[in-house]
Design a protein around this ligand. Sequence first.
Ligand code: GLV
Ligand code: MN
Ligand code: MN
Length: 416
Amino acid sequence: MTRATVDDLEISLPRLRARLDALAELGAIEGGGCARLALTDDDRLGRDLVVSWMRDLGLRIDVDEIGNVVGTWPPERTDAPVMTGSHIDTVATGGRFDGTLGVLAGIEVLETVITSGVELAHPLAVAFFTDEEGSRFAPDMLGSLVFAGGMSLEDGLAVRAVDGALLGEELIRIGYAGPQPCPARPPHAYVELHIEQGPVLEAEAVTIGAVTGVQGISWTELTIIGQSNHAGTTPMSMRHDAGYAAAEVASFVRRLAADMGSPQVATVGRIELHPNLVNVVAARATITVDLRNTDEELVGVAERRLFEFCDELAEREGVSIERRSLARFAPVDFDERVIALVEEIARARGLSTRRLPSGAGHDAQMLARVCPAGMVFVPSVRGISHNPAELTADADLEAGANVLLHVLLRLATDER
Ligand code: GLV
Ligand code: MN
Ligand code: MN
């Protein structure tokens, strides 16, 4: 096959769409979204379907000890592959594109390459990683973190879900505790296609984002212990109200982000009160704080200010506040050669492109620890994500998958 013929290859949008639609039926929720929390029965159904597609293509399928699944072409090749992928788990109120686009576009790219007969210097692989979302088992990107050696297998298997389940036991239960060792051998390179999940590309009418890196993230769970008491008889001055303290933290983090300014963001996404009754002062509140910034030092500043506020609040309200770190990842820079290659391929295909950092966490940031890594973003309609209404236009899905195809082809046909 000549270079020119290789450059003309295109993915099939109808095939990609058909797989996106079929996967979206598993764990479907109202509004067109999906609930496939990591290692639940619906996640298993999703995994089984994606594995069946990998098998149909004749890929070698490897499942590792933390449940990551890698499909490789040609199946007999065991040297380091040029890898793509993402995740198929979702948040409980997720959309149909977050993660699944990267995995299913990867499968589509492999199908295009296999049917074209193009000769590869490096094998190609498509992976889906366990528990990228982290909303059932923290931290997020757990499977790719263990894959890249950033967390021991033992620690990963011992993580408890918010519902009390043990990650290692859930992997066995759904049949995805595989034999391949983790950490894994590093790929030759890793490139992931993902929806932007933010508003920048749409606002600027740009089709392809060349992702420069991922911002730093800090997740803390706070357990606030007060005293339950009668809502009618307890004078306001005598309360140790865990619910009130939780609300104070939520309003503090909003002020903190405003005070620090962009790009600092801060979110209280989960509040659980006990006993959670109309006429009882709450005895206990468990809440989560998500802090993110592109500057590592500023992530530290935000954390310190939060913790100081908690100490002062505990003293003032006569409650105790325990902290547990759920996730802490420094900002990551992607490989300059991969970023430039994404831009070059987009331009060569007549697509508008710009560089931008990622606000969301991604498996690519873990792979960046062990190999040259990068990402391709496509626009999210109205910047909406982690919401059933998540949407990316067909033309953008097609453009993104074609850029992924040619970035991967360039890397996999280059002898280096
Ligand atoms: C992963 O989806 C994240 O929270 O960024
Ligand atoms: Mn994702
Ligand atoms: Mn997500």
